[in-house]
Design a protein around this ligand. Structure first.
Ligand code: ADP
Ligand code: MG
Length: 739
């Protein structure tokens, strides 16, 4: 146990813990940190803080610059300012039966300011008499007082006379994420104590890199990011820690890839075989230039005796699937097998429907394996697969099962790869050591993000669709104008077309009205989940909507329902009913997002569109306008902020998926940018993929350079770095098991 005293000067501390001990303490349970008892540890766990290290990387999400604080007497009317003082009273009032009002009086040395919050009763749970708080908001004057309506509030300390005030930390006050029972001021106290006990933490970054970029020492950076003396110091600290984050992730990704590749024997595929030639002959159309380029790149990767890692990016409908078909034929020509995995059964079945006939003509044997495959059929497939009789296997996560064994798997194709975790990817690859990996996505990835997520990977882009195709008009409508969208759907149904209605959200609005902050957080969480492919929709909400539409809006049409909670077989039934036009209107959750191809569907209505990432909305709208007729997409939304409004306008105005993905990045909706379920990226707490592109590129190059000289990081001067990587990523990899 490291000697610690809770107060006093350096001389009262015991002997300085040696660096190794200090370093080891990082990995200890957070209960080893001062003031962290079992109860607080439980609260911290809610913030995903379980180790001392996690506490230190719980960076402030905001800072309050006390140098901009004004006194209540000086607070200018009509302007938005921050005042700091002690809460003299906090009262909950009920001016009307259904209206609650929290009123607080803040006192500073110059006077009083009254703050009010309407219909936000929980404010009274957070703010208590005697607390020292900062309030930020617009200053008004009425009934004899300066007032703020619904100001932003930060609790600086529980009591007025705490040493935790600005004097203790300078003029910048960090606001850490808090949770019920653990206030920001407590977070400050815990982190401050932990920093004090770890003050001679060694620096894992090699000295040459620190010098090259003039980076702060790590211990200093940690202190400065939590308790900066000024904004400049904070920014330097952030730069240093962000660089470290991304460098470590790059090293981790590159080393993991090297490890995957050690001892495996890559296949040098034959790219001039009969199956490929027959496939080319069988194609009912000519490949576009971009498709040809992508095919050429893939074939040259596959012909080479190294492991391909290529990502084909292209909007829905750009013809990625048929590009992948060429790779499948090459594997077959080389006497090997290929697996092609999709995130949904619907999509996997479409491969069979689309590529099956082509493969048949090319003389390539194939099968489809999903969760819905009957046991007897599954048994036969597995047998033929293990015997090497089956050359191509399409499927879903069902491919990952242990008893799915290949005779000689040399190509793994993963479609909509962002929907799969790292563990899942590795699991499939492990069925064919040395296999080439071809991934595809309709959600474009800016290069900085591709690097961040995957380390090393080659990209092929398909930007133009093979057929000019039908146009898709995107219209943003306030929710009260829903009926306009229903009329458009009715009109389409009348002429025999079909429609989608997508419900993203957790059903009926729950209980009280949340504050705008809570609302944004909730929306962020939901958007995050949506982007991650989690089906967040309340199945009952979609059910209710479907029921309502059946009786009210579209009584004479078949209204179907598709949710993520349905069994795979049910889902597939509904999809095939929709494809066969036995269903006119499909009410669904985001499960229809990827790859569904029903050319007769021309109208889509998206509920709560503001909760989606732009890239995802872009994918959704690609479901219509797939046939000859133009498509129309109605985005129903009541955006709560100008930013949300601007985002929706952007999607209505552009058809460029990559541009929308960049916008998602720029507006810091990284979660939705791609919702990549790449677990390693969860270590990125400071990196802003949109803003830190240069940093990411440099860290990527630096990681390659470091590993070129010391592939396993075994040199003594890399020992700390290696230890750091183990500490940061050991848990992550455990999490990444197939789920
Ligand atoms: P993606 O997988 O990228 O969404 P698909 O491979 O499903 O796109 O292709 C969309 C549609 O375009 C399919 O019906 C496919 O047969 C067709 N297609 C693909 N390439 C071409 C091409 N070069 N010329 C004409 N049609 C094409
Ligand atoms: Mg596709």
């Amino acid at each position: 146990m490291v000697a610690r005293t809770s107060s006093g000067t350096a001389s009262q501390h015991g002997p300085r813990p040696d660096r190794a001990a200090s370093y080891a303490l990082l990995e200890e349970p957070v209960t080893r940190a001062r003031y962290v008892n079992a109860a607080r540890a439980e609260l911290l766990a809610k913030l995903k803080v379980t180790r001392v290290r996690d506490l230190l990387t719980c960076y402030p999400h905001r800072y309050l610059d006390m140098s901009t604080v004004v006194s209540t007497a000086d607070a200018p009317l009509g302007q938005t300012v921050t005042v700091v003082g002690t809460l003299d009273s906090v009262k909950v009032k009920r001016p009307r039966p259904r209206l609650s009002l929290v009123e607080a009086a803040l006192v500073d040395e110059s006077g009083v300011l009254i703050a009010t919050w309407f219909s936000q009763p929980w404010v009274a749970k957070k703010l208590k008499e005697g607390m020292r708080v900062a309030l930020s908001g617009k200053v008004e004057f009425s009934y004899g007082y300066k007032r703020m309506n619904s100001p932003f509030s930060d609790v600086l300390s529980e009591g007025a006379a705490s040493q935790d005030g600005p004097a203790a930390h300078g003029v910048i006050i960090p606001i850490h994420r808090a949770t019920a029972g653990l206030t920001p001021s407590w977070m400050r106290r815990l982190i401050s104590a932990a920093l004090a006990d770890l003050d001679n933490l060694p620096d894992p970054l090699p000295v040459d890199l620190r010098l090259r970029y003039r980076l702060m020492d790590r211990a200093a950076a940690l202190r400065a990011i939590h308790f900066p003396r000024d904004v400049g110091e904070r920014d330097q600290a952030r730069r240093r820690l962000a660089y470290e984050e991304v460098l470590c992730l790059q090293l981790h990704l590159l080393m993991r890839r090297n490890e995957e590749l050690t001892g495996v024997e890559p296949v040098a595929h034959a790219v001039d075989g009969p199956a490929l030639a027959a496939l080319r002959d069988a194609l009912p159309f000519q490949l576009t230039d971009e498709q040809q380029e992508a095919v050429a790149a893939i074939l040259s990767d596959m012909a080479a005796p190294r492991c391909m890692n290529r990502l084909v990016q292209g909007d829905v409908g750009t013809g990625k699937t048929v590009v992948a078909a060429h790779a499948l034929a090459v594997a077959a020509d080389s006497g090997c097998q290929a697996a092609m995995m999709a995130p949904t059964g619907v999509l996997a079945s479409q491969y069979g429907a689309k590529l099956g006939p082509l493969l048949d003509k090319a003389g390539v044997t194939w099968a489809l394996l999903t969760g819905a495959t009957p046991a007897s059929q599954r048994k036969r497939i597995l047998h033929e697969l293990a015997a090497g009789e089956l050359q191509v296997l399409f499927g879903t996560h069902a491919l990952l099962e242990d008893d799915v064994r290949f005779a000689r798997l040399s190509l793994v194709v993963i479609d909509e790869q962002q929907r799969f975790g790292v563990g899942q990817r590795s699991k499939l690859l492990s069925k064919g050591p040395g296999a080439d990996l071809l991934t595809m996505t309709a959600t474009p990835i800016p290069r900085s993000l591709a690097l961040t997520l995957y380390g090393d990977l080659e990209c092929s882009y398909i930007r133009r669709k093979p057929r000019a195709g039908a146009a898709i008009a995107t219209k943003v409508l306030p929710k009260r104008r829903r009926s306009a969208a229903y009329r458009a759907i009715a009109k389409a149904l009348k002429v025999g077309e079909q429609a989608y209605i997508v419900c993203p959200l957790v059903g009926a609005p729950k209980k009280k009205r949340p504050s705008s902050e809570e609302e944004q957080e909730a929306a962020g969480r939901v958007a995050d989940q949506i982007a991650r492919g989690v089906d967040v929709s309340d199945a009952t909400a979609a059910e209710n909507l479907a029921a309502a539409l059946r009786t009210r809006e579209f009584p004479s049409y078949a209204v179907g329902l598709l949710t993520g909670r349905m069994k795979p077989a049910e889902k597939e039934q509904v999809m095939s009913d929709f494809a066969a036009h036995r269903i006119d209107v499909l009410v669904s959750t985001t499960v229809i997002e990827v790859g569904v191809d029903v050319p007769n569907a021309t109208v889509m209505l998206v509920e709560d569109a503001e909760l989606f990432g732009l890239a995802q909305l872009h994918q959704l709208r690609g479901r219509v306008g797939r046939g000859q007729r133009d498509g129309t997409v109605y985005l129903l939304a009541d955006p709560k902020s100008e930013e949300a409004q601007a985002r929706l306008e952007a999607i209505a105005a552009t058809e460029d998926g990559l541009a929308l993905a960049e916008l998602d990045l720029a507006s810091r909706h990284e979660g939705d940018v791609l919702g990549f379920r790449q677990s390693g990226a969860s270590t990125l707490k400071l990196i802003d993929i949109g803003r830190d592109r240069g940093l990411i590129e440099r860290a990527h190059e630096d990681a390659r350079w470091l590993l070129a000289g010391d592939p396993q990081l075994q040199a003594p001067h890399h020992a700390l770095l290696a230890a750091e990587l183990r500490a940061v990523f050991s848990q992550i990899d455990d999490e990444a098991v197939v789920g």
